[in-house]
Design a protein around this ligand. Structure first.
Ligand code: ADP
Ligand code: ZN
Length: 209
């Protein structure tokens, strides 16, 4: 099954997609993670993308589409995949429709107040990529693997506001785009625990699968 995760930054796309990946045994493809790795490795794509990402702006469609196209051609995508953070514009969704058949677009619905709180307290593990909220952490290392944690530059408050605006402007229209195709399913993820939110995601997925 080919799944697209939609939702504002901080909605929990990455967290739920990682768990679903393990359960369904299909890869999670996060364009944000791919860019962060490319930046760390100082590849041409990474260096190109960094100036947009640091400001909370979108990387140009051609750059993202080319990267995703290459990734989807890899053998591990043959039995399905979860796209997390792509598409983010109508142009990207149209480009995706030319290279893939999407079965479900799962929309994770979370109000802005909750998003702002979650993102400002979010910490990411350098080793396993896991994300955690400071309120649930005891020390300053990853509870899963012991790796060191950091705060993404784009999780700083001013950038968060900009990312939410960018989401409203560019990405929210995709909800209507996939609704028209009849493959949209929405999960309202306003619960306090990841577990409850994940169950909402599963229920929304099962409603369409
Ligand atoms: P979040 O969903 O938490 O905002 P991501 O990790 O998905 O974060 O993305 C981080 C940044 O990477 C985005 O703010 C944007 O600059 C860039 N990016 C990721 N995916 C895309 C995409 N599909 N199109 C354009 N830019 C992207
Ligand atoms: Zn870790």
């Amino acid at each position: 099954m080919n799944i697209v995760f939609l939702g504002p930054p901080g909605a929990g796309k990455g967290t739920h997609a990682q768990r679903l990946m393990k359960e369904m045994d299909i890869p999670q493809i996060s364009t944000g993670d791919m860019f962060r790795r490319a930046i760390r490795e100082q590849t041409p794509t990474g260096m190109d993308a960094q100036r947009y990402i640091d400001k909370g702006e979108l990387v140009p469609d051609e750059v993202v589409v080319a990267m995703v196209k290459e990734r989807l051609a890899e053998p591990d995508c043959a039995n399905g995949y979860i796209l997390d953070g792509f598409p983010r514009t109508i142009a990207q969704a149209e480009a995706l429709d030319k290279i893939a058949h999407i079965d479900v677009a799962l929309n994770i619905d979370v109000p802005d107040e909750i998003i702002i709180n979650r993102l400002s307290g979010r910490r990411v593990c350098t080793a396993c990529g896991g994300t955690f909220h400071v309120s649930l952490l005891r020390g300053d290392t990853c509870p899963e693997c012991g790796g060191s944690l950091y705060q993404r530059d784009d999780d700083k408050p001013e950038t968060v506001k900009n990312r939410l605006n960018v989401y409203q402007q560019n990405t929210a229209p995709l909800i209507g785009y996939y609704e028209k195709k009849g493959i949209l399913s929405t999960a309202v993820c306003t619960f306090d625990t990841v577990e409850e939110n994940y169950q909402a995601v599963k229920a929304a997925l099962n409603a369409k699968a």
